[in-house]
Design a binder for this molecule. Structure first.
Ligand code: GDP
Ligand code: GDP
Length: 491
């Protein structure tokens, strides 16, 4: 069917089937049940906030009603499970909070690490707050840090779990591709948005050259935007792109107000579908309420954004560039992350730079920072500019990791979320942006995860014990070497 596969795995009795049913009932709409099956369904197409996938319960494989359940390491269906795991895009590994890590879990861990698959851990049977808080500390030693406490009996936690799961699913293209199209290079989807009359059509015309698709100007047309594939050129480089052309619709003067009324929702759809948003503002009358609203939609959608201040041929006569930029930054502080370019779509002023910039952004969108480098950066940043004290306490970050790109998402493991003031969080985001994604207009998503005392002591104790073991072994070996050299022992 071509749907990405999410498989639920784990040792017996951790609650795989319970989770399967909980996810289907609670959070997801079942698209269709398997037909003609007499046993419990073991797979079902599902959807979570627009992400479609096939959910497979490996605990249900090979089972018939009232029969004993079989699991990941049951010899009988081992092959079958292995196949599902091999085909899966994401695995939900169910563990039991009430029992902690068992030897069988460790066996499963070994197997899962070898597969190299993306694993999201469902720490099930977290039936109360206390257990929920301990879940991370309990299972972090298994080597997967994407841990979510859930309780199938109390129907709690599947939402966040599935949010994490769908993040890892391969991006699904809208519409069906034909065989020929499937071989096309990946095109960067660029939406050109802005308030009416800001110059979107003029810019799109310039970008598309003579490829502009003219659409009928019959009022009431149902098409909101058209996608126009185009190979943008910058010196010797080519950027395969698709322009989501919201301005492609030429409209009649008398319906302008209606169009204006709908323009925000039209922009919203285009923004959601885009990889990069070119947000045009009118330099002759910048930062109107409507413009700010569009800016906020872009931020909320966490899209990469480049701001283009158009009509500089007129505006530039009355204001200096520096003053203009300062004005926009002050009025739209929430767009601080987006580089601001000054252009004129009418006379072509600085238009060439846009494609160069898009190429730079495309490259930045693929950056994944290695955990070691990121932690060094965090250490330096915290040492240089420590967070402010909050009463007698201070925000502490133990370590962090980059979970995904586009948009870049970071998880920081900290002592207490509430100790991190908003301005310090903003500072961290800016530092990350400046250090790793300069001038890319990428929103930086930060996820602060609290480590409870139990987690800390537990992990620290385990790490310390591990280090001590290594040290003792090294010491003993060194001691032996010396003894051997001195002839006190033979071998
Ligand atoms: P599977 O063998 O991994 O598929 O596990 P099942 O889904 O059959 O569940 C095993 C047992 O755990 C059943 O008795 C469930 O009722 C129980 N169980 C599942 N989820 C929870 C939970 O969140 N809390 C508690 N306390 N029990 C659960
Ligand atoms: P849209 O509604 O956002 O698609 O805007 P259009 O591209 O239709 O442009 C609206 C008006 O602004 C037209 O009359 C354009 O000629 C004019 N316009 C567009 N870009 C510029 C520019 O850079 N400078 C000036 N002076 N006028 C522009």
């Amino acid at each position: 069917m071509g749907l990405p596969v999410v498989a639920i795995v784990g040792r017996p009795n951790v609650g795989k089937s319970a989770l399967f049913n909980y996810i289907l009932e609670k959070r997801l709409s079942i698209v269709h049940e398997q037909s003609g099956v007499t046993r419990d369904p073991v797979m079902s197409p599902c959807e979570h906030y627009g992400h479609k996938f096939l959910l497979v319960d490996t605990g249900g494989l090979g089972t018939h009603p009232k029969e004993k359940k079989v699991d990941l390491f049951d010899g009988m269906i081992r092959e079958q499970v292995m196949q599902v795991v091999a085909d899966a895009d994401v695995l939900i590994w169910v563990v039991n909070c009430q029992e902690g890590i068992t030897p069988q879990d460790e066996e499963v861990a070994d197997f899962l690490h070898k597969t190299g698959k993306t694993v999201v851990v469902a720490a099930n049977k977290a039936d109360n707050d206390n257990i929920r808080k301990q879940a991370f500390g309990l299972f972090a030693p298994l080597g997967y840090l994407d841990i979510h406490a859930v309780s199938c009996t109390h129907t709690h936690g599947a939402g966040l779990l599935m949010d994490a799961v769908v993040e890892h699913l391969p991006k699904q293209e809208e519409g069906t591709e034909t065989e020929g199209e499937a071989k096309e290079p990946k095109r960067l989807k660029i939406a050109v948005v802005g308030r009416p009359n800001v110059g979107k059509s003029s810019l799109v015309n310039r970008l598309l050259g003579n490829k502009r698709v003219m659409v009928s100007d019959i009022p009431g047309t149902t098409r909101d935007a058209i996608d126009v594939p185009v190979d943008l050129k910058y010196n010797d480089e080519i950027l395969p792109a698709t322009i989501i052309d919201t301005a492609g619709m030429r409209r009649k003067k008398q319906i302008d107000t209606v169009v204006e009324f709908f323009s925000l929702s039209r922009s919203e759809t285009a923004i959601k579908r885009a990889d990069i948003v070119l947000f045009m503002i009118d330099a002759t009358d910048p930062c109107t309420t409507q413009e700010c609203r569009i800016g906020r939609v872009i931020c909320d959608a966490r899209k990469c954004c480049i701001m283009l201040a158009n009509k500089w041929d007129i505006a530039g006569k009355n204001i200096k560039e520096k003053e203009f930029i300062a004005f926009v930054r002050e009025r739209m502080p929430f767009m601080d992350h987006a580089p601001l370019h000054i252009i004129s779509a009418l006379n072509g002023y600085r238009l060439k730079g846009i494609v160069g910039h898009l190429l730079h952004v495309r490259e930045q969108m693929g950056v994944l920072i290695p955990t070691g480098v990121f932690n060094q950066f965090l250490q330096d940043t915290f040492a240089r500019t420590p967070p402010p004290m909050s009463g007698t306490k201070r925000f502490k970050c133990y370590y962090g990791t980059m979970k995904q790109n586009n948009p870049p998402k970071f998880v920081l493991f900290c002592n207490k979320r509430s100790l991190c003031p908003a301005h310090y969080m903003q500072f961290l985001q800016n530092q990350i942006r400046d250090a790793f994604f300069p001038e890319a207009g990428l929103p930086i998503v930060m996820d602060l995860r609290e480590r409870t005392k139990i987690d800390e002591s537990d992990d620290v104790r385990k790490a310390a014990a591990g280090a001590k073991r290594v040290k003792e072994k090294e010491y003993q070996e060194e001691h032996r070497r010396v003894q051997r050299r001195k002839g006190y022992i033979k071998k």
